[in-house]
Design a protein around this ligand. Structure first.
Ligand code: RNT
Ligand code: ZN
Length: 410
């Protein structure tokens, strides 16, 4: 008997249908961030990364042109099973000719990305880029007291809504447009309300741009602090949740954006009760918002469990957000996204009866069952999934070959 068939029987005895789990997993779309390929630099002005986020490491071979990044995406995506979308930042605009300010970018500056996505039957998600730019003044954008600065970034937000709509129309897939601003202060501010009031006003102005709500989903990502912005963050959790709820947009939680003992897995159920949709940036914070590669670790599994157990796979926009420059960037991409998918499969392979044990207050049996599941033959089911998806189990060998043949020559 094949290892999969044996695993299938073992799971069946636990009340789990592995074939159903595999089919469900194949339907789950993960929006993969483009910025792992070039350390969050982009192509529009190539400023060094700022905004309180940082990529550390200097592994050779990073993409420095759209062609290189596209080639790397193709290679990495070929090693990732299942449905994917590509998540772009505005800084990845491909502007041939005279420079164009971020307040004036247009769909045409993304035509090559649209062609790339269409050829691969993929949807596109989008992010305005409110960092790494000379118009960020005193670490502020949409909350700046300088009207010229604030208006510039409002125009950027509006331009990005138009581009998101273009993405959705061209690819035939809805586009998730995520707003995250780095705005904040290193030290204790005198006025916490003012910047938040201006951010609120700026968001109102951006969202006044007409768009089709069945095609573009605007999400708002909160944060607790950034490097050099340790004391105050304008777009805090309370701000972003309240704004999203009042204005019918979608809240986005990045699991690197909370205090280290706060868990996003525990927040998902509450948000699901009050929102039609929620969005996630799956990352791995190590002591801070360090954006390490996602592992198949406890919190990633717990996040996946919360989505699956609450029957919310159709309501959660799952995106990745990490950037490791200290290891092969393609390997970082593939490892992280595979681990998101693995965690979802792990959750799909848990029997529904666990809830019942909780309701019967049989916490003894619940603990035993949850612990036993950790060593069930999960790996055999995962390998079967890769097989059915036509993706090799071993991704390091092809990545090493690509490193020799392509990356090392850059
Ligand atoms: C920063 C946020 C944000 C960025 C990307 C590049 O802390 O997580 O999502 O990582 O937009
Ligand atoms: Zn994020």
């Amino acid at each position: 008997m094949s290892r999969y068939n044996e695993a299938k029987e073992i799971y069946a005895a636990l009340g789990v249908d592995t074939d159903r789990a595999l089919a469900a997993l194949d339907d789950v779309c993960v929006s993969i961030h483009c910025w792992q390929g070039d350390d969050v630099i982009g192509f529009d002005n190539r400023e060094s990364l700022s905004g309180g986020i940082q990529t550390t490491g200097n592994y050779p071979g990073k993409a420095t042109t759209p062609e290189e990044l596209m080639a790397d995406i193709d290679k990495a995506f070929s090693l990732i099973p299942g449905k994917k979308k590509l998540n772009l930042h505005a800084s990845y605009a491909i502007i041939d000719g005279d420079p164009v300010g971020r307040d004036r970018i247009e769909p045409k500056h993304f035509a090559k990305w649209v062609a790339f996505a269409k050829e691969r039957g993929m949807g596109l998600d989008f992010n305005p880029t409110f960092f790494s730019h000379p118009m960020v003044k005193d670490n502020l954008t949409l909350s700046s007291p300088d009207e010229t600065v604030r208006k510039y970034w409002v125009e950027h937000g509006k331009a990005c809504i138009r581009i998101s709509q273009y993405f959705a129309e061209e690819t035939g897939e809805p586009c998730v447009m995520n707003i995250w601003i780095p705005d904040g202060y290193k030290d204790i501010p005198a006025d916490r309300l003012g910047p938040r009031a201006r951010f609120k006003q700026s968001l109102d102005e951006i969202l006044a741009e007409p768009y089709d709500k069945t095609k573009v989903y605007v999400t708002l990502e909160s944060k607790v602090f950034g490097i050099g912005l340790e004391s105050y963050t304008v777009g805090s959790a309370e701000f972003c949740l309240s704004y999203s709820a009042k204005n019918n947009i979608t809240p986005l939680m990045d699991n690197g954006h909370y205090h280290p003992t706060e868990m996003v897995s525990d927040k998902i159920s509450s948000l699901l009760l009050f929102n039609d949709r929620i969005a996630l940036h799956v990352t791995r914070p190590v002591r801070w918002d360090s954006d390490h590669v996602v592992l198949f670790d406890d919190e990633t599994r717990e996040i996946a469990k919360e989505i699956v157990r609450n029957d919310a796979l159709g309501r959660v926009f799952i995106a990745t957000d990490y950037f490791d420059a200290s290891i092969n960037r393609l390997s970082a991409w593939v490892t992280g996204v595979r681990n998101v998918k693995k965690a979802i499969l792990f959750a799909l392979l848990q029997p529904a009866c666990l809830k019942q044990l909780q309701d019967e207050n049989d916490m003894t049996a619940l603990m035993v069952a949850q612990e036993e599941l950790k060593t069930a033959p999960f790996g055999d089911v995962w390998n079967e999934y890769l097989d059915r998806a036509g993706v090799p189990t071993d991704y390091l060998t092809p990545i090493r070959a690509y490193e020799r043949e392509v990356l090392s020559k850059r």
